[in-house]
Design a protein around this ligand. Structure first.
Ligand SMILES: C[S@@+](CC[C@H](N)C(=O)[O-])C[C@H]1O[C@@H](n2cnc3c(N)ncnc32)[C@H](O)[C@@H]1O
Length: 403
């Protein structure tokens, strides 16, 4: 592989913005890709993947390069050189690169790879928490899987097409996909591509949604005609799936505390031709009270640490703090306590997170079930989805039924 200066400069600037100015990696990548409209698909792939790689392996590379945040520009070049050496990419003869101690880099890599927190490039606290909650063996396998690059998975919008028709149409648009066993509406891209520019996307034939995430709406056991509340709807990944499972019949009330997210959902719903969704901003407790015992189904796709989706958000490793996880756990329990009241007797509720930590998952459900609000619920089933077993994101979902 031959390195190109302008592409590499885009990478270096993005690393600076992410680590020195706290920019989100996905935003930094988006900005970098807008730098030059003439870049082709391969150039864009190089820029995006290299930025994500250096973010993902930041602790390991920084340890090898002996550099610390905030990074001086020379030090970002040292990180980049480590990336080149470990990927076996010939170092270019550029001023910024200088003499690179190739053998020392490889030696340090071998030495650090013996220690999990360096090998998997994670902060000390995260390594301790993961091992404490999941046990050494499970955490070792899971964190390794969460460091892999996520595949691009689509969910067929069955309101507008079938999986087979979508697959054929995408092929015409030069996008090869594969079905995934046990995920009825999922198609996996054979090669990464920008699917958002396709006609199929603009016609609302699919959404990009990880395979594990596609299990959540189905877990709620909805039927056409029901009244369903999606209490933490965000931009509506699961709401749109619910609309498809309900064949546009009945009512979905999609809520969130952020109006900006619901606005995005509105745009997506229009593209998906999902017509049974009402949006409601949670700006007071009244919004919830009005729906007490009114819903056949309630989905709580709770805010969480996001530890199950590190593959697609590797910068969370550096942005996440243990204090945030403790705070979000309190919110999760409050949400369970308050929003469960919307379920009508005989109705069902799913509590889901994209975390793999038992303290955000089963332990929250158990705590809820022993509380006053949870007394009238029975536990039906739950599912821990691990990235190392599924090959997709880490997720948790529990199904509860109101007596
Ligand atoms: C895991 S995300 C939801 C993702 C979304 N369901 C999807 O499938 O695309 C959690 C959501 O909960 C929202 N949230 C945070 N605190 C909340 C609260 N107290 N009540 C309702 N929603 C809340 C966040 O704004 C965020 O959109």
């Amino acid at each position: 592989m031959r390195l190109h200066r302008n592409l590499t400069f885009a990478v270096i600037d993005s690393i600076r913005d992410i680590f020195n100015a706290g920019e989100y990696a996905d935003k930094a990548v988006e900005k970098a890709l807008q730098r030059d409209k003439r870049w082709g698909a391969r150039d864009r792939k190089f820029v995006a993947e290299t930025i994500y790689d250096i973010v993902r392996w930041n602790r390991l590379y920084a340890e090898i390069a002996e550099v610390k945040v905030p990074y001086e520009r020379d030090n970002i070049w040292r990180l980049f050189s480590v990336w080149c050496v470990l990927r076996g990419i010939p170092l270019p003869d550029w001023n910024q690169i200088g003499d690179v101690p190739v053998r020392r880099i490889k030696g340090k890599f071998d030495e650090l790879s013996k220690i999990r927190k360096y090998r998997e490039s994670i902060p000390d606290w995260m390594d301790e928490l993961g091992a404490q909650e999941l046990g050494e063996a499970l955490w070792t396998k899971e964190i390794a899987a969460l460091n892999k690059q996520a595949e691009v998975v689509l969910r067929t919008n069955t309101l507008n097409t079938t999986k087979e028709m979508l697959q054929r149409k995408l092929k015409v648009e030069n996008i090869e996909t594969e079905s995934i066993t046990d995920y009825p509406n999922a198609l996996k891209l054979v090669e990464r591509a920008n699917v958002f520019t396709t006609e199929s996307f603009h016609e609302g034939l699919f959404e990009v949604q990880d395979a594990s995430s596609q299990l959540v709406a189905a877990y709620l056991d909805v039927e056409p005609g029901m009244k369903v509340v999606d209490a933490c709807a965000g931009a509506g990944g699961k709401t749109l799936h619910l609309a498809a499972l309900m064949q546009n019949k009945g009512q979905i009330i999609a809520m969130d505390i952020y109006e900006s997210k619901l606005k995005k959902l509105k745009i997506r719903a229009r593209r998906n031709k999902a017509h049974n969704i009402d949006l409601r901003v949670i700006d007071s407790t009244k919004v919830i009270k009005k729906l007490h015992e009114k819903a056949d189904r309630v989905l709580i796709d709770a805010p969480c640490s996001g530890l199950g989706v590190l593959r697609r958000n590797p910068d969370s490793k550096w942005k996440l703090q243990p204090e945030f996880i403790n705070e979000i756990k309190k919110t999760q329990q409050e949400i369970l306590q308050n929003y469960s009241k919307m379920v009508k007797p005989g109705g069902k509720m799913v509590y889901a997170t994209c975390s793999i930590l038992p303290s955000e998952n089963r332990q929250q459900v158990d705590l809820f079930l022993t509380s006053e609000a949870g007394k009238c619920f029975t536990f039906v089933k739950d599912s821990n989805i691990y990235a190392h077993l599924s090959g997709f994101d880490g997720f948790y979902m529990a199904l509860l039924e109101k007596k």
